[in-house]
Design a protein around this ligand. Structure first.
Ligand code: FAD
Length: 388
């Protein structure tokens, strides 16, 4: 009987993983000191030229358009490989991603929208941002108040969005507003149509922005998808990332655990290396157990997407578990490093601040728990299944 469950990678998958790992070690990790210096001086972690140069180098190695369909020049490697590549990128805190990708919902555009928004985004010529959250509606996203009112062949948008990743740099936004009487609708809105942005300082390196729409006039043909069907698009956008967030965190946690093991072997206390103490060993062991659990939950969610199965429940489990795991691991790694862990000489405090966000954005821990419990209570998900 052929094995029904196979945890191994194919030869090709392993080659891609190894290529990404080598690229990250050779080209990206050496930038870590620059990133720390830049961020601590209040500058962007990487200048746009550095990012472009890295992405061009990666493109020559075939690392471009990881999850972009082949008809758009991408590698179409699929959800499992995308997750594995995210794990490799997560090994460094340099905020780098491979080029050649665009938000999944831009593929829902008309041919004209694809020409103006999707393709330039894939090519790296345009930058998008995704705006649903408002000051009065975060977890309760159905309660957004931004309004779009039809005026001839145009829609007039008024409202405020907050915590929008990339909102300071984007030159167009996929914004969600209530188009009376149809309901939540997604509009593609160029910055030069009149919205403004203001950066929001945070404890981590994520620099989201608040966006203001005051009588911003948008042509009818800039509606993405269908009038009144914006909420479904928003959930599709959020859904794509649910397993990618823990994937990147797994790489970070593994790298940090490696640092903690090395430090524990050389740091002496009370006559011996701290690696000899059970208190330290248990932190190391618990961390690896949690990382491995997160790895397989994440790959399972990615596998479900790849198989065309409903992945929402599995992705919520993976996101909740991965976000909590990453925060527990970084805390233990900091603890193992003692006072040094708390300094800015090491990057652990940076990871500590960055990983905290994982428990908040794209569905807080509490919202994932709510989803998981409601799926079980309502019978949308069942206990005792394996891959069904
Ligand atoms: C750095 C950063 C980047 C972001 N990027 C984007 C982006 O690009 N685009 C975008 O649209 N949004 C973005 N967000 C917004 C993010 O998705 C929201 O912050 C998140 O959904 C939580 O919403 P909130 O902040 O309004 O918290 P709230 O919804 O007010 O929640 C406050 C607390 O109450 C809990 N809570 C709320 N409802 C319930 C409930 N029913 N049951 C139990 N507990 C509940 C929450 O879990 C949380 O602990 C970003 C946020 C941050 C911080």
């Amino acid at each position: 009987m052929e094995a029904a469950v196979d945890f191994s990678l194919s030869v090709e998958e392993r080659q891609i993983r190894d290529t990404v790992r080598a690229f990250v070690e050779r080209e990206v990790m050496p930038l870590e000191p620059d990133v720390l210096r830049n961020e601590r001086a209040g500058r962007p972690a990487l200048g746009p030229d550095v990012v472009r140069e890295l992405q061009d180098k990666a493109r020559k190695t075939g690392l471009w358009g990881i999850n972009t369909p082949e008809e758009y020049g991408g590698a179409a490697l699929g959800p499992i490989m995308s997750a594995i590549i995210a794990m490799e990128l997560g090994r460094t805190f340099v905020p780098f991603v491979f080029g050649g990708t665009a938000d999944n919902i831009l593929y829902a555009g008309t041919e004209e929208q694809k020409r103006r928004y999707l393709i330039p985004t894939i090519e790296g010529e345009r930058r998008s941002c995704f705006a649903i959250t408002e000051p009065g509606a975060g977890s309760d996203a159905r309660n957004i108040r931004a309004r779009a009112v039809r005026d001839g062949a145009e829609w007039v948008i008024n409202g405020e969005k907050t915590f929008i990743t990339g909102g300071s740099e984007a030159d167009f936004v996929m914004v969600f507003a209530v188009a009376e009487p149809y309901g939540v609708t997604c509009f593609l809105v160029d910055r030069d149509m009149g919205w403004t942005s203001e950066p929001i300082p945070t404890m981590g390196q994520w620099g989201p922005a608040s966006l203001v729409f005051q009588d911003v006039r948008v042509p009818e043909e800039n509606i993405l998808g269908e009038l009144g069907k914006g909420f479904e698009l928003a959930m599709q956008w959020i859904g794509q990332g649910r397993y990618m967030i823990p994937a990147r965190a797994i790489g970070s946690a593994e790298r940090m655990l490696g640092m903690a093991i090395e430090y524990a072997k050389i740091r002496k206390s009370m006559g011996q290396a701290i690696a000899g103490y059970q208190a330290i060993q248990w932190m190391i062991a618990d961390s690896q157990v949690e990382i491995e659990a997160a790895k397989w939950l994440t790959l399972y969610a990615a596998w479900r997407v790849q198989q065309g199965l409903d992945a929402r429940h599995a992705a919520s489990i993976a996101k909740l578990n991965g976000a909590v795991m990453a925060n527990q691991v970084v805390d233990r790694v900091l603890q193992i490093h003692g006072g040094m862990g708390y300094t800015k000489e090491l990057p652990i405090e940076r990871w500590y601040r960055e990983l905290r966000l994982l428990r908040i954005f794209e569905g807080t821990d509490e919202i994932q728990r709510r989803t998981i419990a409601r799926n079980l209570i309502k019978g949308h998900a069942r206990l005792g299944t394996i891959g069904e």
